[in-house]
Design a protein around this ligand. Structure first.
Ligand SMILES: Cc1cc2nc3c(=O)[nH]c(=O)nc-3n(C[C@H](O)[C@H](O)[C@H](O)COP(=O)(O)O)c2cc1C
Length: 380
């Protein structure tokens, strides 16, 4: 019996399995509004059997976008444009989560696949091109190079208050739009991570220097989000469990942070890593799972593992072995949007695995496999 593919309940939310589509920026929005690309990109994971689909980093304010192409949730209309996708996912039996984000000093950068600001004037008008000055805990440049990172302005406490309010407003809109889960983005060297890590935070006020001070703003944002986000709905927080840089944020810091998150009724910590320039990691299959395991075992925190998890058997072992409560896939999901349905074929545990496919497709897949005597019809 697969634990990975068995139903799982967090607060009042019933999930059909523990497989999650990890948020993936598409840089394809205009003025923060979603379009058919976002629908097609996300819908296929609902059709493919993911129990939870988490929408990409969605900016709570215009200057919080990583690029001009990010989704946004600072206007009601932006949230309303997401409802159609949420409804479709619900129709496929998947839960919908949204990652609320602010990029801080990594805002207003170039699109990954372009590498620099090389848009022609014609392209600029087509994509609603914009550049702006980013803000951050401290006026430190993220990195030199063609990727377009800019020197940020240092945030004054009253501007931090506006950002906190923007997260709160974003969470309220997400609730209105029908989302089941909010994931606060505090990872990958973006704004909240910049506050947490000594690499991004050189402040001398109540928000800098000691660990307690550096956690203060992120915790206040998360506490405020929890206040408006309905109690019956789960709240996730994504962290970079370690910076991978000498003198940076460590796993020990994450264990302290996780204790605080538990007090704020956060349900799951998504354990990623890195995001600051110069980070060093041994990247390989399942490489971040030990981070999720330690947070789960030592802080008693619910965790989600992510990072080069590609094999069904590995994902099953992560859950069954108690390393994490949920498993997220990003690039492997792009490669195989039907990953959970294929995992069911490999792991078993369903009386009729074909019944888990969308009804419009399952009968045809069944006929194909019967003709070829494979998978559910294999004699060996
Ligand atoms: C195209 C792309 C976009 C991404 N965008 C986001 C994002 O919006 N928010 C986030 O927290 N992580 C983002 N990530 C990181 C993934 O969610 C995931 O943590 C990472 O890719 C490792 O998982 P994987 O090995 O399964 O791809 C992105 C990754 C990719 C490949």
């Amino acid at each position: 019996m697969s634990e990975l593919l068995s139903p799982f309940k967090i607060r009042d939310l019933s999930l059909k399995n523990r497989v999650v589509l990890s948020p993936m920026c598409q840089y394809s929005a205009r003025r923060g509004y979603s379009n058919d690309w976002h629908f097609a990109h996300l819908a296929r994971f609902g059709m493919g059997g993911f129990g939870t689909v988490i929408f990409e980093a969605t900016a709570v304010s215009p200057e919080g976008r990583i690029t001009y192409g990010d989704l946004g949730i600072w206007e009601d209309g932006q949230a309303q444009s997401l409802t159609r996708i949420v409804d479709f996912l619900h129709g496929q039996g998947a839960a919908a989560g949204i990652q609320l984000a602010h990029a801080g000093r990594k805002a207003s950068s170039a699109l990954w696949w372009r590498g620099s600001f090389n848009e022609t004037e014609e392209e600029k008008s087509q994509v609603a091109f914009q550049e702006w000055e980013p803000v951050a805990p401290s006026a430190i440049l993220h990195a030199e190079g063609p990727t377009g990172f800019k020197m940020p302005g240092e945030l004054a406490p009253e501007d931090m208050e506006k950002i906190r309010e923007a997260f709160v407003a974003g969470a309220a809109r997400a609730d209105e739009a029908g989302f089941d889960i909010v994931e606060v983005h505090a990872a990958h060297g973006y704004l909240l991570n910049q506050f947490l890590s000594p690499i991004g935070n050189r402040r001398r006020d109540a928000y800098g220097e000691s660990l307690e001070n550096r956690m203060r703003f992120p915790l206040s944002v998360i506490a405020s989000v929890r206040e408006v986000w309905p109690e019956r709905k789960p709240l996730f927080v994504r962290i970079s469990a370690e910076d991978g840089i000498e003198g940076g944020w460590t796993l020990e810091d994450s264990l302290v942070f996780a204790e605080e998150l538990k007090k704020l009724a956060v349900d799951i910590v998504v354990c990623s890593s890195g995001g600051f320039d110069g980070a060093r990691f041994n990247i390989g299959k399942n490489y971040q799972v030990p981070l999720a395991r330690r947070l789960r075992k030592e802080a008693g925190m619910g965790t989600m593992a992510v990072g080069l998890i590609t094999k069904a058997q590995d994902a099953e072992a992560i859950i069954a072995g108690g390393s994490a409560d949920m498993v997220a896939l990003a690039r492997e999901a792009l490669d195989d949007p039907n990953w959970p349905l294929h995992a069911r074929m490999m792991l078993g545990g369903a009386e009729d695995p074909y019944a888990e496919w969308p009804v419009q497709e399952g009968f045809a897949i069944r006929n194909k496999d019967r003709s070829l005597q494979i998978r559910g019809f294999s004699k060996s």
